[in-house]
Design a protein around this ligand. Structure first.
Ligand code: TMP
Length: 208
């Protein structure tokens, strides 16, 4: 049995990740691939319960370290109970965010020290990582305008523009550092244009 592939979608708010992940899933299914779509924080019952705590605006502010460890707690559940078994059974897994989001939101965004963050990452996941990461990049203001249109904001979406500028710069820096695994997608255009861009990138990457 050939193990499945693990593809992650990353990017700031309002970049269309959840729409594009479904479009890529349909595209791959059309090519006969068995696909599971999931998200972080979340993806399993326990991890979704942790997600509710993380996004709850009615709670007082939490420490950046608390937020970081909850992200990795949810991720360990997700990796061990959903992602690895799915890959082992030959399914492909498409995840809306993964560990890069912690380096960028809690590291670049909140200022958690990268050495400590790396240590927690290794402790939690070892060398498990995505086969391919699609970074949906667009100007912060454009993403924020899309979020405003959606209406109610979660705890992260309430952050100020400077935070999201650090997030965007953090993602682009990570994409440059891990260029083997990352592909940067211009997500500033309409849904179908971006979907075609993603398909082209995945086709070029697809193992023959
Ligand atoms: P979502 O908007 O993609 O559903 O993600 C929920 C929020 O959680 C989003 O604002 C980004 C944030 N987040 C982190 O801060 N660190 C992480 O590790 C992950 C996975 C998400």
């Amino acid at each position: 049995m050939t193990p499945g592939r693990f593809i992650t979608f990353e990017g700031g708010e309002g970049g269309g990740k959840s729409t594009q992940i479904e479009k890529l899933a349909d595209y791959l299914r059309g090519r006969g691939v068995s696909v599971q779509v999931t998200r972080e924080p979340g993806g399993t019952e326990v991890a979704e319960a942790i997600r509710r705590v993380l996004l709850d605006k009615s709670l007082p502010a939490m420490r950046a370290d608390t937020e970081l460890m909850l992200m990795f707690a949810a991720r360990v559940e997700h990796v061990e109970t959903l992602i690895k078994p799915a890959l082992a059974s030959g399914d492909w897994v498409l995840s809306d965010r993964f560990a890069d989001a912690s380096h960028v939101y809690q590291g670049a965004g909140r200022g958690v020290d990268e050495t400590r963050l790396d240590a927690l990452h290794r402790w939690s996941l070892g060398d498990f990582e995505p086969d391919l990461t699609l970074l949906l990049d667009l100007p912060v203001e454009q993403g924020m305008a899309r979020v405003r249109q959606r209406g109610v904001k979660d705890r992260f979406e309430e952050e100020q523009t400077e935070f999201f500028e650090r997030v965007r710069a953090g993602y682009l820096a990570r994409a440059a550092r891990f260029s083997q695994r990352f592909r940067v997608i211009d997500a500033s255009d309409d849904i179908d244009t971006v979907a075609r861009r993603i398909q082209t990138v995945v086709d070029a990457w697809l193992p023959n």
